[in-house]
Write a protein that binds this ligand. Structure first.
Ligand code: CA
Length: 415
């Protein structure tokens, strides 16, 4: 953090959306069609209106890029442009003489806006990069002595997920139905009985590659625009019956929820930390220089239908990831697979070492053998109909805070 910034915008004390953050999203409101906005405090700066005052002059950003259903066209302008645009916004919001300060209609209260899916997601990949999570799942479902498969420490395991069912915070989902197998009988069809969330973060690809090309760990960050919170909803009983020995399918594909504001890598830069030591040494194409993990506090809360107040059930941190994003992207492209602007790559469930930091009900209840208490006296092993799952994330250092706001979705009964 180079210097202290002072904005003339009135900002609530504990906001995630400080002058140091300035995340991008897509919003609409009465009299405002879908467009790009930037969150500041409890308000949104309308970039279409801000641009009409000339603040982006010379950057080559057209109105149609800003008045848009998605961020993809803006992101595709490249980091040089998007980063310059963010710096312009930052300096104008700190400049008492900025035309933004006297203009009307360029700020809107977040509570009066409708947030939309920020990017059109072409492809979605889910990694499995938390060693604590992979170890927990391996202990429960495979071998407690050899929880990790032999490949796990040699490559960031992942699978291709379903992009069409990625939804934005505030959209509710129905409990999925499917085929499951009771221990003592033949397969049956019906609503999932073991409904779960997965606490994850996802990065959004900001620069495409050509088919056949690979991205090195050195260059990976040029290809990452920003990050969101990611709830990878999981139907554990459907997953358990369908997945052996293939990758996840219907147990995962029915929905994943993301937070609406995309926090840029520029905003996250001050929160870099070194990652865990990787032993055994990884192959050269996965080796990297510098601090590539990020210190981001994460929390999951459940708000039952019968109770207004949400209960915090786990606290984890993105810094625990064994494999970092640069390694994930290098591995993803090492076979020549191309990536496109708007592709979303999720981290995999982010669990910490102790059981108060596990990132799924599967781990928190240890496959249903423990209960997780809520404030209203109820307990959970897995999610119940009417439960709202809320995920929050923020980073704080030297008194400076940035954050993601939240992703929340309610689980409705099966259709
Ligand atoms: Ca997942």
């Amino acid at each position: 953090m180079s210097s202290t910034l002072n904005t003339w915008v009135e900002i609530p004390k504990q906001t995630d959306f400080t002058i140091y953050n300035l995340p991008f999203g897509i919003f609409s409101a009465t009299d405002k069609s879908k467009r790009i906005g930037v969150a500041i405090g409890d308000q949104i700066l309308d970039l279409v209106e801000a641009s009409s005052l000339g603040i982006f002059d010379g950057l080559g950003i057209s109105t149609s890029t800003l008045e848009n259903d998605y961020l993809n066209d803006f992101i595709a302008l490249g980091k040089k442009t998007t980063s310059a645009a963010r710096e312009k916004i930052q300096s104008h919001l700190c400049d008492e003489n900025s035309p933004l300060k006297s203009a009307s209609g360029i700020f809107i209260k977040q509570e009066e806006a409708q947030m939309h899916l920020p990017v059109k997601v072409g492809d979605y990949t889910d990694f499995y990069s938390s060693i604590e999570h992979a170890t927990n799942v391996g202990k429960m479902f495979r071998d407690p002595e050899n929880a990790l498969l032999p490949n796990w420490k040699h490559l960031p395991v992942g699978y291709h997920g379903r992009a069409s069912s990625i939804i934005v915070s505030g959209e509710d989902i129905h409990r999925p139905k499917g085929q499951t197998k009771p221990d003592d009988g033949p397969p049956v069809f019906g609503p999932c009985k073991l409904m779960d969330f997965e606490l994850e973060m996802a990065f959004i690809v900001g620069k495409e590659t050509e088919l056949g090309d690979s991205v090195s760990t050195d260059k990976a960050e040029d290809h990452i625009f920003g990050m969101v919170l990611f709830n990878d909803w999981s139907a554990r009983d459907i997953q358990k019956w369908e997945y052996v020995p293939l990758g996840p399918f219907l147990g995962k594909s029915f929905a994943s929820s993301i937070s609406p504001w995309v926090v840029t890598m520029e905003a996250l830069d001050p929160f870099r930390v070194t990652g865990p030591e990787q032993e055994p040494e990884v192959l050269p194409y996965l080796q990297y220089q510098g601090s590539r993990n990020y210190d981001i506090d994460l929390e999951v809360l459940i708000q039952p239908e019968s109770h207004d107040e949400p209960s915090s059930i786990t606290k984890s941190n993105f810094k625990y990831m064994y494999w970092n994003m640069a390694q994930q992207l290098a591995h993803h492209t090492v076979n020549g697979c191309n990536v496109k602007v708007g592709d979303m790559m999720a981290s995999g469930t982010i669990s910490g070492k102790d059981e108060q930091s596990f990132g799924s009900m599967l781990e928190l209840s240890w496959a249903g053998s423990n209960t997780v208490p809520l404030k209203n006296g109820e307990v959970r092993k897995f999610l119940q109909d009417g439960d709202t799952v809320i995920m929050r994330g923020h980073a704080e250092k030297n008194g400076i805070r940035i954050g993601f706001g939240e992703v929340r979705s309610k689980l409705l009964p099966a259709k």
